[in-house]
Design a protein around this ligand. Structure first.
Ligand SMILES: C[S@@+](CC[C@H](N)C(=O)[O-])C[C@H]1O[C@@H](n2cnc3c(N)ncnc32)[C@H](O)[C@@H]1O
Length: 306
């Protein structure tokens, strides 16, 4: 179902983005849609791991404006890599608005733009609820994806694509050295990824607003992830946070619950959990004030659980 109420906006690096009135959240960090695509998806993808001439198998969840798609196309072309890309997205409007915007079009070399346009118009973009369309991906992708990009709205506003069940479905797509990439550092999401059998690493925080936060996102893989200039292992503090009540995962056993239902079920599970509360943990260990990108406007000092 289309979101409706999408407002175009320029982010701090001059790149095009959208704000969803229905969700109450921006599509990208206000710091920069393009900067975010590169820092949270392209760099942590570790493209240097692949020899030029190869083809990467990629599934992108929540394609939106196609900013991540185009950023990945641009970076892989520069490295002589081809993409075998599949996308999941509910609403055609974000991509339509982006492609109709002159500023967005000027962000990309012509060959990248035309390749992104072609993918967006192809049957490789599966429209509809990603939870139901996931099974329509070719079965050959199971255990074969080099990269899975997950860029849904934040778990607190839109938990549907952050549940144990959906994340387990994405985990099954990954090749042994494959990587699931997301800007999200929420303890509940990390715990669900770990329960899906994946190894975790944090994306090192880079943006100014991330100072005092512990990470700039999460990478998950069936294989251990080495620390480098982009990734680092989870700290003991982060692992404790995952074990606290804040790490209570989102669940959606039938794959069709609405956001309110998923949030209420999680709140009930947290209420009877014997685990330490997230706020007690935060007071004890002096955890980060926030661990998500500031996509939300008008939330004042409320906790923003990315
Ligand atoms: C944060 S935006 C994505 C930003 C995008 N990666 C970009 O570069 O523009 C989240 C996207 O998820 C889509 N979405 C929300 N719920 C969905 C669902 N259940 N299934 C598929 N797409 C969904 C929205 O339509 C929106 O385009």
């Amino acid at each position: 179902m289309p979101e409706g109420g999408l407002q175009a906006r320029l982010t701090a690096d001059g790149s095009f983005s959208l704000f969803s009135d229905a969700v109450g959240e921006g599509f990208h960090s206000a710091d920069g849609a393009l900067a975010e695509a590169r820092a949270k998806f392209v760099l942590p993808a570790g493209l240097e791991r692949f020899a030029p001439g190869g083809t990467l198998q990629v599934v992108e969840v929540a394609v939106g404006t196609g900013t991540n798609t185009a950023a990945l196309l641009e970076a892989t072309r520069q490295r002589g890599l081809a993409l075998s890309w599949w996308g999941l997205e509910r609403d055609p409007e974000p991509l339509r608005l982006a492609l109709a915007d002159g500023g967005f079009r000027r962000q990309w070399p012509p060959e990248v733009l035309s390749q992104a346009e072609a993918l967006g118009a192809s049957d490789r973009l599966l429209w509809g609820d990603a939870r139901t369309r996931l099974v329509d991906l070719p079965t050959a992708l199971t255990g074969a994806c080099d990269l899975v990009l997950l860029d849904a709205f934040s778990p607190r506003r839109s938990p549907e694509l952050w549940t144990v069940e959906f994340l387990a479905g994405l985990a099954r797509l990954l090749a042994p050295q494959g990587r699931l990439l997301t800007y999200c550092s929420a303890a509940a999401v990390r715990r669900a990824l770990a329960e899906a059998g994946l190894q975790l690493a944090a994306i090192r925080a880079v943006a100014p607003h991330e100072e005092g936060a512990w990470s700039g996102g999460t990478v998950a893989s069936p294989s251990p992830l080495a620390s480098d200039g982009v990734l680092r292992g989870l700290s003991p503090m982060e692992r404790e946070h995952m074990a606290s009540r804040a790490g209570e995962p989102y669940r959606d056993p039938h794959g069709q619950a609405g956001a309110a239902e998923i949030l209420a079920a999680r709140a009930r599970a947290q209420a009877v959990s014997g685990a330490e509360s997230g706020s007690a943990w935060q007071r004890r260990l002096g955890g980060p004030r926030h661990h998500r990108r500031p996509r939300t406007e008008g939330m004042g000092g409320q906790e923003q659980d990315r």
